[in-house]
Ligand binder design. Structure first.
Ligand code: NAP
Length: 475
């Protein structure tokens, strides 16, 4: 693996004297040294993207698709190397990194397909008198330079979810990756350039978040796509001016377990949904509401299964749960859990920190107003509570500032349909964890969790402008 990474400015690799270290969240060792973009370079990236748009807007569907297809294949070819880089920089278990890399390859594959499908509509316009012989054609045109700011927790696939649709639509893209995990994004730039992308169409410019603020305000970008925390996301939206904004923010996702369901497979899904990537997933299960009739056996099974999880070195094949991204995050988790325990909650397992590692934790008797319930915990901590009827469960799911996805385990068609109707979220997942995501589905949140949708086709819609040609065929 490369130990020194240059930044990518409109396809050119640039080495700066000013560098920063990327460290392993597991043992603190230095993984790589990365060139830090200067303010002048972030500004230059915007200008170069504007120039690049003259090229990207004219690329044929065939060319855009071919480049994205080649990128997909290259990600698959370099899967093992990318997975190791990801595990080193993000502390993600090697098993989970492999899954993310495979998903990123698929994200580009789907983008390659969608690049050919950006069609339009024929509209009869002769619906009113004196409009005889008129019709319209709609077509989606690329918007222009896209600015993407991405988080640490999916350092490749969440970059892919912005870069792939931007390129599929014919837009250049500038990526500011998370400072703790810039390596996968830089590797992706390498892959795109090798895949034949016009070099000027992509920049990856690692820099501190605060330095990226002027870019968010920069009118040369036509769309700002942000994935990250609620606090940062909404603040940046207020700086974004007239450009379009997509916000993919946080949540405290819930699962509802009805009384008519076989518990063991549900517990298995909940354990994975709550503790994968050490709970650092925006749709990680944070709250589980279980029907009172099956609450006790459910909790027992959940605790037994959680205790079997192997916590440790993300590079070990046997590890189920790795470290959190940094010490501050693990310490914040520790303090939130302590606060809950002091307020009357009980930990049935976990509730202990070892450096950056936090043990998978199951809490009961937590009040809804405790931080572990109502704020985004973003850690391997899950709160379980009983309910008496489904409407009460749905109310409790909705009793949240957030709304990304919710999972509902039930055999009742009536309960399933009511969940779809009532739950205030971007997606309801039936008989699986809210953590379920396949990359072409529309994905995004309501309420504080953001707005706009990703999932290639939907992101392409956001990244293109609908234009109408009104034709007078008798003119
Ligand atoms: P974060 O702290 O908000 O950072 C996200 C990105 O924003 C990073 O690149 C960060 O740069 C940058 N940033 C921070 N302050 C900035 C500023 N003032 N101006 C411009 N950019 C700024 O989030 P995170 O801790 O990396 O990620 C975790 C959060 O992301 C969680 O809340 C999670 O729920 C959310 N998330 C949401 C989704 C979704 O699809 N809805 C998916 C994954 C994660 P630095 O790294 O340099 O600070």
């Amino acid at each position: 693996m490369k130990r020194t990474w240059d930044l990518c400015l409109a396809g050119k690799w640039v080495r700066n004297c000013d560098t920063f270290e990327v460290r392993s969240p597991f043992d603190g060792s230095v993984v790589a040294e990365v060139s830090r973009a200067s303010r002048a370079q972030t500004d230059e990236a915007a200008g170069l993207a504007v120039k690049a748009f003259e090229t990207t807007r004219t690329l044929s569907g065939f060319d855009r698709s071919r480049i994205l297809e080649a990128a997909s294949a290259a990600i698959a070819r370099r899967a093992e190397e990318l997975s190791r880089v990801m595990s080193l920089e993000a502390g993600k278990t090697l098993r989970d990194s492999r899954v993310e890399v495979a998903r990123a390859s698929n994200t580009f594959k789907v983008a390659a397909e969608e690049a050919r499908r950006i069609g339009g509509e024929y509209l009869p316009l002769d619906w009113i008198q004196h409009s005889e012989g008129r019709f319209g054609i709609t077509r989606r045109f690329p918007l222009g330079p896209v600015l993407a700011i991405t988080p640490f927790n999916f350092p490749l696939n969440l970059v892919a979810h912005k870069v792939a649709p931007a390129l599929a639509a014919g837009n250049p893209v500038v990526v500011k990756p998370a400072s703790s995990t810039p390596l996968c994004a830089l590797a992706l730039a390498e892959i795109l350039l090798e895949a034949g992308l016009p070099p000027e169409a992509v920049s990856v410019i690692p820099c501190p978040g605060s330095m990226a603020e002027p870019m968010v305000a920069d009118e040369r970008f036509k769309l700002f796509s942000f994935t990250g925390s609620v606090e940062v996301g909404w603040r940046l939206k207020s700086l974004a001016g007239k450009k379009r904004v997509t916000l993919e923010l946080g949540g405290n996702a819930a699962a509802v377990v009805d009384r008519d369901i076989e518990l063991e497979p549900v517990v298995e899904k909940c354990v994975r949904g709550a503790f994968a990537n050490a709970g650092q997933i925006c749709i990680s299960i944070q709250r589980i509401f279980v029907h009172r009739d099956v609450y006790e056996p459910f909790v027992q099974l959940l605790v037994t299964r959680t205790r079997k999880l192997v916590l440790g070195d993300p590079l070990e094949e046997a590890t189920d749960v790795g470290p959190m991204i940094d010490l501050a995050s693990a310490e914040k988790t520790e303090s939130w859990v302590r606060e809950a325990l002091a307020g009357g909650a009980r930990a049935l397992t976990g509730a202990a920190r070892r450096g950056t590692m936090y043990e998978p934790t199951v809490l009961v008797d937590a009040r809804p107003d405790m931080k572990v319930s109502c704020s985004e915990v973003f850690a391997p901590v899950v709160v379980v509570a009983p309910f008496s009827d489904m409407d009460e469960a749905f109310e409790r799911v909705n009793d949240s500032a957030f709304g990304l996805q919710a999972g509902v385990f039930t055999r009742s068609l009536e309960h399933a349909l009511r969940a779809f109707e009532r739950l205030e979220v971007g997606g309801v997942v039936l008989n699986d964890a809210p953590t379920y995501r396949v990359d072409h589905m529309p994905y995004g949140g309501v309420k504080d969790s953001g707005f706009g949708r990703e999932g290639l086709k939907y992101a392409i819609e956001e990244m293109t402008e609908l234009k109408l040609l009104a034709v007078n065929s008798r003119g």
